[in-house]
Design a protein around this ligand. Structure first.
Ligand code: MTE
Ligand code: MO
Length: 359
């Protein structure tokens, strides 16, 4: 089969929202299990899938610039982490006024098993300078940018996907950051960053640079379109902030919104996650009045991925019932009732409200 045929097959089960560059949400069932099957994992790309020559260049302010191949990365100790990735634009469609940007519903979130080399072990090989403050991480993808650029000097005809991370985070063994070459036990596929990509646990997935081509240690903070132009919270009433850690959020996966259920006991199910600490409690309300009742919460295992929760419910009467779910994390962060609006529509973690009709 050709590459195009393989891509079509890999994309068949997703809910496409943009054919080029290809962007697609997961179908609702992708949130049901602990692991999202690869063919159901959402895809978010700012450019077309690029060619990649299979090498990773590492330079900048380092003692030993180097070039690594996939085999070099595979020869290092392998680590596998189960990681929830959520796009910072997930839930943008629920904000009013509607922000510009990809019109994501609520399914730009998925969880996979990612295997690779630890970033801090790779960086130790090149000896970052003591003056280093960030690492620049560059994808192989580039081209005309389909959204209006925010930074004045941006070349919209040929922009490259480049991000940076604090060097202290990149070199911290506790960060869990991978240069991943396997997803759910298979080589990383084209849409997800082949042959290898960053996986940055806890951060909105924009930090997890796909098709990773180059890393540079920087002695000054990076400013670029995807760092200080887009992926900034432009709050109406307070200073702008960079998009970093995922905000605490819970989703209901069963029942489906608007479904019809019978009498008797019903187990409501869902997932909850946060980049600012494991989820410590999930509460459900079956009225609009804020009578929050605790759900059963699966304990956090790695702290890198969503936790399942259940709530035993017996709908009291025939007719329409509302269900709301609210998560709290170890840092004490809790979901707001309404989206916290910002111009580009990032980080919507408002409490989910659905209804079901009991017959
Ligand atoms: N090189 C590159 N990396 C990238 C992107 C991109 O456009 N180019 N998109 C980022 C964004 S915004 C998200 S949400 C995740 C999506 O990862 P996925 O497609 O594997 O789900 O990749 C991130 N890494
Ligand atoms: Mo994203």
């Amino acid at each position: 089969m050709t590459v195009a045929h393989n891509l079509d097959a890999a994309r068949a089960a997703l809910v496409m929202i943009n054919p080029a560059p290809y962007n697609a949400e997961a179908p609702p069932e992708a949130l049901a299990g602990n692991i999202t099957p690869t063919e159901l994992h959402y895809v978010r790309s700012n450019f077309a899938v690029p060619a990649h020559d299979g090498t990773l260049e590492i330079g900048g302010a380092v003692g030993h610039p180097t070039v690594l191949t996939l085999d070099d990365l595979r020869a290092m100790p392998a680590h596998e982490h189960t990681v929830t990735l959520e796009c910072a634009g997930n839930g943008r469609l629920d904000m009013r006024p509607l922000p510009t940007g990809e019109p994501w519903g609520d399914y730009a979130v998925s969880t996979a098993r990612w295997k690779g080399a630890l970033l801090h072990e790779v960086l130790a090989k090149v000896e970052p300078s003591a003056q280093g403050v960030e690492i620049l991480t560059q994808g192989a993808d580039h081209g005309p940018y389909h959204l209006q650029a925010i930074l004045p000097d941006t070349d919209q005809e040929n922009l490259t996907f480049i991000r940076s991370l604090p060097l202290s985070l990149a070199t911290d063994p506790a960060s869990g950051i991978l240069i991943a070459y396997e997803m759910n036990g298979e080589p990383v596929g084209s849409d997800h960053g082949a042959p290898f990509r960053l996986i940055v646990p806890h951060w909105y997935a924009v930090a997890s640079v796909k098709w990773l081509k180059r890393i540079d240690v920087l002695t000054e903070p990076y400013t670029g379109e995807f760092q200080t132009g887009h992926y900034m919270y432009e709050w109406p009433d307070r200073p702008h902030e960079a998009v970093t850690l995922m905000r605490v959020r819970a989703r209901i996966t069963d029942p489906a919104p608007g479904s019809i259920i019978g009498s008797g006991a019903y187990t409501v199910r869902g997932k909850a996650w946060s980049g600012t600490g494991p989820i410590t409690r999930v509460d459900v309300s079956v009225t609009g009045e804020g009578d929050w009742q605790p759900a059963q919460l699966e304990p956090s295992r790695s702290g890198y991925h969503w936790q399942a929760w259940t709530f035993d419910w017996e709908p009291s009467h025939v007719g329409r019932h509302t269900l709301r779910v609210r998560a709290t994390d170890a840092a004490g962060n809790v979901q707001p009732d309404v989206p916290q609006w910002n111009r580009l529509g990032y980080g919507n973690n408002a409490i989910e409200v659905i209804y079901v009709d009991r017959r």
